[in-house]
Design a protein around this ligand. Sequence first.
Ligand code: C2E
Ligand code: MG
Ligand code: MG
Ligand code: MG
Length: 288
Amino acid sequence: QAKRRGRNRFAWFEPNMETELHFRSELEQGIREGLQRGEFVPYYEKQIDLETGELTGFEMLARWISPQYGLVSPEVFIPVAEEIGLIAELSEALIALALEDARTWDPRLTLSVNISPLQLRDPWFAQRLLKMLVAANFLPARLEIEITETCLHENIAVVRTLITSLKNQGICISLDDFGTGYSSLAQLRTLPFDRIKIDRSFVSSLGQSADSASIIEAISSLGRGMALPITAEGIETADVLAALRRFGQFKGQGYLYGQPASAEDVKRELAALGLLTSTAENAPAPDA
Ligand code: C2E
Ligand code: MG
Ligand code: MG
Ligand code: MG
């Protein structure tokens, strides 16, 4: 009987594993082809100065518009792209597109991009990025790189050299999802960050949880002490915004200000606000 149960269990388990493996290889193939076909596009989330309510820039968030799966979250395809060795190509293609978009925005607006830990282990990454900035005629000081602390567990010497050369060019480095890792505080001393981004788990529970308020209070005083400006992610309600403003002068982002939007939607909105550079300025020089 045990044998039969064992066989049954096996028989029950096997097709699922097969389905999963099949799905996984289909997903990998989809990502490879999607990259060739230009199915990966940048979306943009507004970043706001919470003191003045002014728009300061956008965070680029990767999206996959897949003919097969629809609009796919980066939580799904970034880890797979990392595993199959395509993250650098994917990320750099998206950054190139984002630089083209951001070039048409008011030059006071910044662009933040998320960078995978794997990219920071490639000593040539900094050079390629700087080359892209030159090609797009984009001021390095307008670019912010967001890294999570998983970056910081291995090859820290390589990462530090790379980060330092990016910083020397004027690029800002932010510590993303702050407070969620198991060694957040230690990481602050590991690399010369320019900004802390408070993870949205603390921000979105601000109204309901006294603990979240204490944590944000602590991060805020840490930021003041280390002269590190702070961005709060995941602001969804006016109540959370009001509560946050009592802690200090933060930047912020979240669905309260709108969902991440396509380049075209952003352009339309900036045009309405008078925050697009004139088309004449961006058009290629007429041959005189
Ligand atoms: P992240 O950098 O922490 O980005 C914030 C995530 O929270 C985004 O999810 C954003 O859409 C979402 N979000 C923003 N405001 C709110 C809010 O008010 N409420 C809620 N519930 N969510 C909010 P998304 O776009 O799915 O990205 C997830 C993560 O994927 C990002 O987290 C980032 O770590 C990663 N990612 C995105 N684009 C890239 C990329 O080009 N390269 C790499 N390496 N990672 C990326
Ligand atoms: Mg981010
Ligand atoms: Mg984050
Ligand atoms: Mg995140």
